[in-house]
Design a protein around this ligand. Structure first.
Ligand code: ATP
Ligand code: LTN
Length: 336
């Protein structure tokens, strides 16, 4: 049987950033050729950071628009909004009853995010976030989950929960998912602080390459990226994190290997590398940006794609949920 792939992103910003694209979306698009693919905009997850209602709505549509513009093909894959498929929240409840307090408390993303907002600003949803993520994945009998490095620990929890359910209620209760993390692009770094992950909600926008950003600004950010002491263009993550990050991005978009780029830039200055990379990034992102803006300008067409995706996803999700409810001993709901 064709293997199933599932992944998702939160609508926490107007634009995705290049790390989202290289770390995850590129793989989403590729995997459509070989897998049965399902991709979601996880708006329920985004509620954990208390978004303004109008922003949440526009960002949810803009995020879906960027999936489609990057090459997620609604004729081959399902693309939908998480809150349109109520089974996600239902399975999250079930899984929460199998998750230890200590286990959830060990999640580093929870520790980082709750430390940032302090105890009074931390909500329970931020704590149970990875359980909802496990529900997203297990609902579709997912085999493969393409994500960036920062999601590895969350995926490990999904796997532990799946194995726990199968151990208790029998093999085949749920499918145990595998992470799909491509090493070379699993972590794209901030242009200003090349030891931190590039992120949609970074403090300074200067370190981020946003897909929907004005190309001139994108070029400016790249040209003012922090580089390292010395002048040699060489991939050395420890000694030259700034240059290593630029080479990673360059190689991913241009197709030349990092070794080839090192050879091609031998004897040249950091400035040359940045000017050329700015051109490569702008040229690469321009058609994606234009396609995304087209989708954003036709919300009816976009909503229709999302509605079709949700209808199909919901049918699949209900099948899985019925099986899990039955194994757990919940009485069948005959009225449905
Ligand atoms: P936020 O700042 O709101 O936490 P984010 O930019 O870190 O957002 P997420 O929505 O958490 O992005 O991530 C969506 C997907 O993109 C995930 O699969 C994640 O692993 C991947 N991803 C995010 N940032 C990077 C990065 N810098 N490098 C590689 N992959 C990334
Ligand atoms: N936590 C993920 C987003 C996410 C996800 C998922 C990714 C929610 N549910 C299911 C893969 C599979 C993040 O990128 N922050």
């Amino acid at each position: 049987m064709t293997q199933r792939v599932f992944s998702a992103m939160q609508p926490t910003s107007d634009s995705l950033q290049l790390g989202n694209y290289l770390g995850a979306l590129v793989q989403w698009v590729k995997l459509q050729d070989t897998h049965d693919a399902i991709y979601s905009v996880v708006d329920l997850h985004a509620l954990t950071v208390s978004p303004e209602p109008e922003l949440l709505r526009s960002r949810t549509r803009a995020t879906a628009a960027q999936f489609l513009a990057a090459g997620v093909d609604p004729d081959r894959s399902l693309c939908f909004v998480q809150s349109h498929v109520p089974q996600h929240a239902e399975l999250a409840w079930i899984l929460s009853t199998f998750t230890g307090m200590g286990e959830a408390g060990r999640m580093t993303q929870f520790k980082d995010k709750s430390a940032k907002v302090g105890e009074s600003g931390t909500n329970v949803g931020l704590f149970t976030y990875p359980i909802l993520m496990a529900a997203d994945i297990l609902l579709y009998d997912t085999n493969v989950v393409p994500v960036g490095e920062d999601q590895r620990q969350h995926l490990e929890l999904s796997r532990d929960l799946a194995q726990r359910l199968n151990g208790r209620f029998g093999d085949g209760t749920v499918v145990v998912p595998e992470p799909h993390i491509v090493k070379s692009t699993a972590k794209i770094y901030d242009l200003q602080d090349p030891t931190a992950k590039m992120s949609k909600s970074a403090v300074s926008p200067k370190g981020t390459i946003e897909i929907l950003e004005d190309p001139k600004k994108v070029a400016k950010n790249i040209k003012s990226a922090t580089t390292d002491s010395g002048s040699e263009i060489r991939f050395d993550r420890e000694a030259k994190p700034g240059v290593a990050n630029l080479l990673t991005i360059y190689s991913a978009l241009d197709g030349r290997s990092v070794e080839q780029l090192e050879a091609d830039y031998e004897g040249k200055m950091y400035g040359h590398l940045k000017v050329d990379l700015a051109d490569v990034v702008v040229e690469y992102l321009t058609p994606i940006r234009e396609a995304a803006l087209d989708w954003i300008e036709s919300p009816d067409r976009l909503d229709e794609v999302l509605a079709q995706g949700a209808a199909k996803a919901s049918a699949l999700a209900q099948g899985t949920l019925d099986r899990i409810y039955d194994r757990l001993g919940l009485v069948p709901a005959l009225h449905r």
